[in-house]
Ligand binder design. Structure first.
Ligand code: ATP
Ligand code: MG
Length: 492
């Protein structure tokens, strides 16, 4: 029998109506007020024809209105497709078509994209509040197997795929997280990561499930984020490394109040100098590993290990398991292989892609496509994506390791490494570097720097200085496009 539990926000508004649910720089709402606003929004959406089972796409920036719209669609029983606001019109349209979305709601600033897309029923979010209300049947229970949200992967390794995230996935993700991080009466989670990524959406889910307040930032700004934390009401914040880097630089000599208890760092590898800077400033960093398919973190490193296990992503959350496989065999500690995960927070598959789903999920285990190893205590170390692995003279070379070394050079702002064919070695590493403003360094200096820190076969054979590295809408490095940056005539 399928598990069903009460509609989360309705139950929350019933249990703890007076608690603050959401805040932003303009004001706040209790859970009761949030529920009221969601009922109104749901009735407005119903008057437009939104029905149970419809896929509804949202192109919105973080706001309390976005939270209300997501809940309202769930009250109706619709599935919410969350779109990255940095995508081009072409990419947005592709997702709308691929998903078969029936409705598309976008913030006013994205009207330009809307002019290029006319094949779907659409409306500006500012106009939704002017719609009449129509009575409709609400979902008083959420079923764990029903799809609550769809999010396309960032497309770092290939064509994006729509990841199905069920109510059960979100529920278990929230539970796994709280069993690790705990819950305090004064908890308030700062949401500066976008809600269209799982890192942001999962804060909305935790807020209603835990009865915890969240502070919404419309867009990330390091100075503002620091000020909000310094005011003393924030206890937890989710970040990716570039956000944390900016916040530390802006913070200067100040330190966060003691009540700030968790900086949850995810989305990609964490550079060692950043972790060291956090240690020096007493910032309690929890490094995490996760992906759209695991409905946020699945492995997390508690701060007490941040020094002894520097660079590790930690151990699985309570409801989850991980193992490392190589050619179908589970490998021994320290031996690299594919990271394979299992847990009730893991997706049941990709939208309309049975083949990709079958490839990714085997025997209840999800094959992440990432390479890593576990140490003898079970701590996970993520090495790189399997598709980006360079094999040079029979040795495995991980671009992320070389990039980390390059990034530790004071003149380097960004670095990307990929393999390039080589007559002798099959493939050799090739580096692309964006220098910090005002710095200058030449190819042989960079090579010498690498030679001191990396085995010979890992030292980039070719180095190019570029103005910009190719990144996708999630700002992730597109290594597969790096070679296109090589100027035809230039040799290094
Ligand atoms: P696509 O699947 O389309 O290529 P994507 O994998 O970049 O897109 P996300 O789900 O947003 O889309 O990203 C998850 C990926 O980010 C992980 O599979 C992993 O490669 C990387 N990642 C996440 N956390 C870490 C970490 N702690 N260390 C290293 N890499 C990480
Ligand atoms: Mg992926």
């Amino acid at each position: 029998m399928q598990t069903s539990i009460p509609n989360w926000l309705m139950q929350r508004a019933f249990l703890t109506p007076e608690r603050i649910a959401v805040q932003d720089e303009r004001g706040q709402k209790t859970f009761a007020e949030l529920h009221e606003a969601v009922v109104t929004r749901a009735r407005q959406l119903a008057s437009l024809g939104v029905r149970k089972g419809d896929i509804v796409a949202l192109l919105m920036k973080n706001s309390i209105a976005m939270i209300e719209t997501i809940h309202a669609l769930h009250y109706i029983g619709a599935t919410v497709l969350l779109q990255n606001t940095r995508l081009t019109s072409h990419e947005l349209l592709w997702q709308l078509e691929d998903s078969g979305a029936k409705f598309w709601f976008f913030d006013d600033e994205f009207e330009k994209c809307a002019n290029e897309i006319s094949t779907i029923q659409m409306m500006k979010t500012s106009e939704l509040s002017m719609l009449p209300e129509q009575e409709c049947e609400f979902q008083h229970e959420y079923h764990f197997d029903d799809v609550a949200t769809i999010m396309y992967t960032s497309g770092t390794t290939g064509t994006p795929k729509g990841v199905l995230q069920t109510y059960g996935n979100h529920w278990w993700s929230a539970i796994g997280s709280v069993l690790n991080l705990g819950l305090y009466e004064n908890d308030c989670w700062l949401a500066a990561v976008p809600f269209f990524h799982i890192s942001g959406l999962s804060i909305i889910m935790r807020s209603v499930i835990y009865g915890m307040s969240m502070y919404v930032m419309n867009r990330f700004d390091a100075g503002k984020a620091n000020d909000i934390i310094m005011n003393g009401n924030i206890t937890v914040m989710s970040v990716v490394s570039s956000m944390l880097q900016q916040m530390i630089a802006e913070l200067g000599d100040r330190t966060y109040p003691n009540t700030f208890r968790c900086m949850l760092l995810g989305g990609g590898p964490a550079p060692q100098p950043l972790l060291e800077a956090c240690r020096d400033k007493g910032i309690p960093v929890y490094q995490t590993y996760g992906m759209t398919e695991t409905a946020s973190q699945i492995v997390t490193l508690a701060p007490e290990y941040s020094i002894t296990k520097l660079g590790s992503a930690g151990k699985p959350l309570f409801p989850a398991q991980i193992r490392i496989e190589n050619e179908g065999q589970i490998v021994r500690p320290y031996e690299p292989g594919e990271i394979v995960v299992k847990g009730p927070n893991v997706t049941k598959g990709y939208l309309d892609r049975p083949e990709a789903t079958k490839r990714a999920i085997r025997d209840g285990w999800f094959y992440t496509g990432d390479i890593g190893y576990v140490d003898d205590e079970g701590f996970l170390y993520v090495l790189d994506r399997r598709s980006d692995l360079i094999i040079s003279g029979g040795e495995n070379v991980y671009p992320a390791e070389i990039e980390a070394v390059l990034l530790s050079h004071e003149a380097v702002e960004e670095a990307g490494v990929t393999g390039i064919s080589d007559e002798k070695w099959g493939q050799v590493p090739c580096a692309f570097i964006k220098l910090k403003e005002g710095y200058s360094v030449n190819v042989s200096q960079v090579k010498a720097f690498c030679q001191e820190r990396l085995a010979k076969y890992k030292v980039p054979k070719h180095i190019y200085f570029v103005d910009e590295l190719p990144r996708n809408a999630a700002k992730k490095l597109l290594r597969r496009q790096l070679l296109q940056l090589i100027p035809k005539s230039e040799e290094t």
